[in-house]
Design a binder for this molecule. Structure first.
Ligand SMILES: [Zn+2]
Ligand SMILES: [Zn+2]
Length: 168
């Protein structure tokens, strides 16, 4: 997992530090399915800005996730652009003013990136926006084989024939 040592950067108020980091993202569990970041390590832009009362962290990258489509279970690829910010007060009196990703002198970039992606995921991950899904009756993929089933009553002539056969 990627983390950044905050000891290496000493900033005065108004100063900024920028870096390009290689961010490792773990796999995601979403809606009972597993989504894998491909590639697992992606370039991310990272910024630290020192303000008078605290520090602003900014992390931006685009994650690409591979996993099953919610409707048809075929392969879905999802791009998730992220531009996240966190604030850490220099002398926090209030938990609201700290980020959970600063642990000691380390900034937990992978964990932060992972949470940011999880928050940005859509309700349903689809192979394409108009995915037709699977047929509720026969289970075939409606993208490959568009079809419908006649759910009308069975033909009465067949019922009559069936009755004849049973009595015979
Ligand atoms: Zn689909
Ligand atoms: Zn069908």
């Amino acid at each position: 997992m990627t983390s950044f040592s905050l000891r290496q950067v000493k900033l005065r108020p108004g100063e900024q530090y920028r870096d390009e980091v290689e961010l490792e993202l773990p796999a995601f569990e979403f809606g009972g399915q597993r989504y894998i970041p491909v590639p697992e390590r992606i370039p991310a832009a990272f910024e630290i800005t020192r303000a008078n009362t605290g520090t602003v962290f900014r992390l931006s990258f685009t994650a690409r996730l591979h996993g099953p489509c919610y409707r048809c279970l075929g392969d879905a690829v999802l791009e998730v652009p992220i531009d996240a910010r966190e604030y850490q007060a220099t002398s926090p009196e209030d938990e609201q003013l700290t980020t959970p990703y600063v642990v000691g002198a380390e900034l937990a970039l992978s964990q932060w990136g992972r949470d940011a992606v999880a928050l940005a995921l859509p309700d349903k991950i689809l192979c394409r926006p108009d995915c037709a899904g699977l047929c509720g009756e026969c289970g075939k993929n409606l993208n490959d084989e568009p079809h419908t089933h006649d759910d009308a009553e069975p033909d009465p002539r067949w019922a009559a024939l069936e009755a004849l056969r049973e009595s015979g």
